[in-house]
Design a protein around this ligand. Structure first.
Ligand code: IVH
Length: 706
């Protein structure tokens, strides 16, 4: 959504022409309706109350000058409700993860092969079956229910997986959720599953909303989310929510030995389970079940967006573990995306944080699989040329999950007369700088760097985003406004904001609308609370190309301190030598990413921005996450070479990393251990030459603590 966010004109209302006022008014109506929905319907506001108030104030000012705009359905004619506090936060004892996706039979086969290759005894015995449980993938919102001594004590949404919202009072109103578990349950057990709404309940809720003039929900998932995340549980109580259990988090004792057995236990405690489910062992059986469910999909009575396959044996699940944000032992198999046809009214250009110009199709609004779509990404000029997309064309649009809608194809015989091929602009629509396309790249990029407002504003938004500095009260709208007024011009300038600067407009006479002393001092407190930040968040916040959360974590873990990281990146600028080799040796960092990181530090302007920032904030050294078992491998650098007798390379690496070791691909003087299997090549020789300790798999397992 960020890239598609509306940008407001810097013009004051008094200076607007009628045409500009009309355009600004349309933008504001869309934005206000959007934020009302986030706030009142979804209980999930994206901006502060103050920022929202500023939007309404601007709307009123425009309507005061151009009264004809204030007619009919303007949000100025409807009343908003009072501001409310959000939910308390809950830290999950065991993170709530997401699932990797499969779309084709080949993806499923690849998943099965991956599981088999990870578990060496199965790789060596291709005939040995690995059982999976195939379940329905419910399209609702996931929730974790904590029971202590059989009693429901807390319910939390997934949130970012680490921390969710306390929705206990609301969940207590859901009839499907047992408040006291039947039979004997572990003293502590967290049940995970999906809060959802049945299709019939969704339709009657919408009929009710319609009758009372309330806003309609786009689909059952939104209805469930909006109903659960109500600040007033009395409202949730009137909403027909249901719950399916399908997993668990913290448990004070094992639940069983297989997924299927655990499903039965969940049922015995009083939970509803998503049925039908089936135990399967190969792609053919899986595809049989998939086709069967796809046929039955319209008649299930609730919305599903695919199936989930989970390795049945829990000991194997345990060994397979997790990668990034998803388990290795499970995968979601999605149903094909829903498609609709509509016309392209125009093509606009969005400029992203890194300066990429993205063409966006402005569509006649259309319902695609229950969601209204009015814009779709066109990716880049090659995509437009390859699909021969023109303004005016009738096109097929699809949504796949939460992904931004796409234009799939053009319906050629519906092309209007006189249409012309689209030509990508060669200048940036935001700052007017040249937009160039480098060899081998599909994207055209603005060369304006930090003088380009789109890039600066997007970089700043990225800087304060949830996974980066996560500054409370400093959302996208505030960044836009403060940047527009010159209050925030660089990351460091955020930390130099003062109460007076926030409360008063630059001329120091006009009091800023919507900002009371309280909200301004809350923002200052929110900023002060982030003057010390973790290394991984700091690296992510810098907005280095191709450096997302996962890469930032790898770098933080590898280098430990910011000073070391920076010095090493500066030393790596020669593209050979030890620092460069060390960077490339980090598993998960390829040549391109390494180059982007080094380039970032080589750019003098970035150095200045960094120095300025480091005067304001402290970067905490990386603290390795809690490790399981013995930590004899903590902070050791390990290289695996050759074929190990019982562990696949993947499992060996996962075990080492789980114990705090760093696994790299090449042997150097900094390597602590080389674990050698059969057919080990030059790495073993190099280890011996350098005097690095060489271990057998058995010795390695002993260091792992068995
Ligand atoms: S298992 C560690 N089983 O899909 C794995 N998830 O796209 C935990 N979902 O976050 C998830 N039906 O909200 C699992 N039968 C099912 C599911 C299911 C729906 C949701 C869940 C998850 C999301 C991932």
């Amino acid at each position: 959504m960020a890239a598609l966010e509306i940008r407001f004109s810097a013009l004051g209302v008094a200076a607007l022409t009628a045409e500009q006022a009309d355009a600004a008014h349309q933008d504001l109506v869309a934005a206000i309706n959007h934020h009302r929905e986030r706030y009142y319907i979804l209980s999930d506001p994206e901006i502060s109350d103050a920022d929202y108030d500023a939007l309404e104030a601007r709307l009123l000012a425009i309507e005061a000058r151009f009264p004809s705009l204030g007619e009919a359905d303007s949000p100025s004619k409807t009343v908003g409700a009072a501001a409310a506090d959000g939910f308390a936060k809950v830290r999950h004892a065991v993170p709530m993860l997401s699932l990797g996706n499969a779309f084709t039979a080949q993806d499923v086969t690849d998943f099965l092969t991956g599981v088999r290759n990870f578990l060496l005894e199965y790789r060596n015995d291709p005939a040995a079956p690995i059982e999976l449980v195939a379940e329905l993938k419910i399209d609702g919102l996931s929730c974790s229910l904590r029971y202590e001594n059989g009693r429901l004590v807390q319910a939390a949404t997934r949130g970012d997986g680490q921390e969710g919202e306390d929705v206990t009072a609301n969940v207590l109103t859901i009839a499907d959720v047992p408040k006291i578990l039947a039979g004997s349950a572990p003293a502590i057990i967290e049940i995970r599953g999906e809060v959802y709404m049945s299709d019939a309940d969704f339709l009657s809720l919408n009929a009710q909303q319609h009758a009372t003039g309330a806003k309609l929900f786009a689909n059952p998932r939104n209805a469930a989310a909006g109903s659960l995340r109500q600040l007033d549980p009395a409202i949730t109580k009137t909403r027909p929510l249901r719950f399916f259990a399908y997993a668990w988090g913290e448990a004070s004792e094992p639940l069983g030995t297989t997924q299927a057995e655990c499903r039965d236990r969940l049922r015995s405690w009083g939970f509803q389970l998503n049925e039908p489910s089936r135990v399967v062992t190969d792609t053919d059986q899986i595809m049989g079940f998939y086709d069967e469910i796809q046929d039955r999909r319209p008649n299930l009575g609730f919305t599903i967006d695919g199936l989930v396959y989970k390795v049945n044996r829990l000991d194997l699940q345990q060994r397979l573990g997790f990668i990034a944000r998803a388990p290795r032992w499970a995968i979601a198999h999605k149903f094909p995306p829903e498609q609709s046809r509509t016309r392209i009214k125009g093509i606009t250009i969005q400029v992203g944080r890194t300066g990429t110009l993205t063409p966006v199709a402005e569509l006649e609004p259309i319902n695609v699989g229950g969601v209204m779509v009015s814009r779709a990404t066109l990716h880049n000029e090659d995509y437009i040329a390859a699909k021969e997309i023109r303004v005016g064309d009738l096109v097929v649009v699809q949504r796949a999950g939460d992904v931004i809608p796409q234009v799939v194809s053009v319906v050629p015989d519906q092309r209007p007369d006189g249409s012309v091929p689209f030509v990508m602009p060669e200048t940036c629509p935001v700052c007017g700088s040249h937009a160039v396309r480098e060899d081998g790249e599909a994207a055209r990029r603005c060369t304006g760097g930090l003088i380009c407002r789109a890039q600066m504003v997007e970089r700043l938004k990225h800087f304060v985003a949830r996974d980066a500095f996560d500054i409370e009260g400093l959302g996208g709208e505030t960044i836009e406004k403060f940047h527009e007024e010159g209050l925030i011009t660089s990351p460091a300038s955020i930390f130099r904001l003062t109460l007076d600067a926030i409360m008063f407009s630059p001329d120091k006479i006009l009091r800023r609308r919507g900002w009371g002393r309280q909200s301004a001092s809350n923002l200052i407190a929110g900023i002060d609370a982030r003057r010390s930040v973790g290394l991984d968040r700091f690296i992510l916040a810098l907005g280095i190309r191709q450096t997302g959360q996962q890469t930032a974590r790898l770098l933080a873990r590898h280098y430990g301190t910011f000073d070391r990281f920076r010095a090493e990146m500066e030393a790596a600028a020669d593209n050979h030598g030890e620092s460069w080799a060390n960077l490339l040796a980090i598993d998960g960092i390829g040549d391109d990413t390494a180059q982007d990181i080094v380039d970032f530090f080589a750019e003098p302007h970035n150095g200045e921005v960094l120095d300025d920032l480091l005067n304001e904030v402290t970067v905490q050294d990386f603290v390795p996450p809690a490790r399981t078992g013995d930590s004899a491998l903590a902070d050791k650098t390990i290289v695996f070479t050759g074929t190990l007798p019982t562990l696949s390379r993947g499992e060996a690496k996962a075990r080492a990393e789980a114990r705090g070791a760093k696994v790299t691909g090449s042997v150097s003087a900094k390597t602590d251990y080389v674990v050698m299997g059969t057919d080990a090549g030059s790495k073993a020789d190099k280890a011996r030459t350098l005097g690095v300790t060489v271990l057998t798999e058995e010795e390695f397992l002993a260091l792992c603590g068995g």
